[in-house]
Design a protein around this ligand. Structure first.
Ligand SMILES: [Mg+2]
Length: 135
């Protein structure tokens, strides 16, 4: 299964703070999906990858050491450009364009998008971990 990760509003609850359980979440994902986890964030866009730089001040050392295995993606106007719809996937994001919602629907993949809303539930990453699909 491919895993696509947004940063703002998913791994970061605000500019200077990791989301609660972001370390546990990333460690779990990268232990279970080490070869199929991708950045899908404006911090990794058009050939520039600042994802690790953005997260370095807020994550634990152990987590940071694992981040280098996350692969960059290429996308243009829409993050859905980067998604391989021929493979099962989970896409963690807090904010989609209507066009992206439509593309998900057209690919029968709306259920693969996990909407993170840390304002509504700051501990959502922990709950996601508790219910995470087994490989
Ligand atoms: Mg976001």
């Amino acid at each position: 299964m491919n895993i696509y990760l947004d940063i703002d509003g998913v791994l970061l609850i605000n500019e200077n703070q990791a989301a609660p359980f972001a370390d546990e979440f990333l460690q779990y994902i990268l232990t279970n999906y080490p070869n199929s986890t991708y950045w899908l964030t404006t911090h990794c866009w058009r050939g520039e990858n600042r994802a690790v730089e953005i997260l370095t001040p807020v994550l634990k050392e152990k987590t940071l050491k694992m981040l280098s295995i996350i692969k960059p993606t290429e996308w243009g106007n829409y993050k859905t450009d980067a998604i391989d719809f021929s493979q099962p996937f989970l896409w963690f994001d807090d904010d989609l364009f209507p066009e992206e919602e439509v593309i998900l629907q057209q690919n029968n993949a709306s259920g693969s998008q996990v909407r993170v809303n840390l304002y509504k539930d700051p501990n959502q990453l922990q709950k996601i971990l508790d219910s995470f699909p087994v490989r």
